[in-house]
Design a protein around this ligand. Sequence first.
Ligand code: KG4
Ligand code: ZN
Length: 340
Amino acid sequence: MQQTSVIILGIESSCDDTAAAVIKNGKILANVIANQAVHEQYGGVVPELASRAHQQHIVPVVEAALKKAGVAKEELSAVAFTNGPGLLGSLLVGSSFSKAFAMGLNIPIIEVNHMQGHVLAHFIEEADGTSNRPSFPFLCLTVSGGHTQIVRINDYFDFEIIGETIDDAAGEAFDKVSKMLELPYPGGPVLDRNAQQGKPVFEFPHPKVDGLNFSFSGLKTSVLYFLKRELENNPNFREENLNDICASVQKTIVDILLINLKKAIKQTGIKEVAIAGGVSANSELRKQILSLEKTGCTTYIPKFEYCTDNAAMIAITGYYKYLNQDFARPDLVPNARLKF
Ligand code: KG4
Ligand code: ZN
């Protein structure tokens, strides 16, 4: 029988979000996420607890996604899941579930690189039929808790990293500075909210790195010494200046990102420019990316639900892999350090 529709179930479990999504012929039908509050009290993700929470959430999350999509499991064409990079124990839950589920239905499995998923989220068609797809080749600034890269995307599965961080990721810089400022976890979005009430009046040095690469570990150290110095003069310095400190750090991180992105645009001559990953939810980054339009670029900024971890990005990547009949073997093992 000729299959007329391609319906992909996407599973994401690389860190602390358990997510399932259903995509039919490239169009989103459901995108469900269960966050894990258990980590808040520890100020960061505890890998062992993340794996256990994934085990608890995965079945209800998949059931909810299929129900919302109005799709019976027998209608699925394949199951796509994140195979890395990420926390190994977390990845094992998603991959084991996906293999068992697909085996029970006698359908193929598709492995997805999490970072590739973040980029290909730009190709999701909305339920109302709208989409805002970049054309190839385009540049994508992928900025998350573990990665900071400038990627040249020549085609769906032809990615070339032309710049990346040599130490901390941008999201990590946001989270570590938030911790120094005693902001609650997860730090990035909280720092962003405070920054929107402040002014970038404090200056922090930019790193000296070759080419299109980034470095954020120096910023962390300079914020640490800056706070130490100011607190010696005024013990209430942090509380009295919190919003301005947040605005200053945020602007520094985004300026560092934009300087290299502009260099990449100049070097490659590519004017299709996208952002992806958790930090693409940042208000200052979204503002500065949009301003590239004045220089003749066309910019692509994901909807908030596709910035941070989600399974819609895994399902859309799975959809394009399905079209290539690019299936995984059942003995595939997740890879915590998977590269493009
Ligand atoms: O993509 P993501 O959800 O997970 C990874 O693949 O790492 O990214 C999470 C990162 C965290 O570091 C988080 O603090 C950061 O994205 N983040 C933000 C914002 N929202 C999430 N950073 C700055 N501003 C935000 N609004
Ligand atoms: Zn991510």
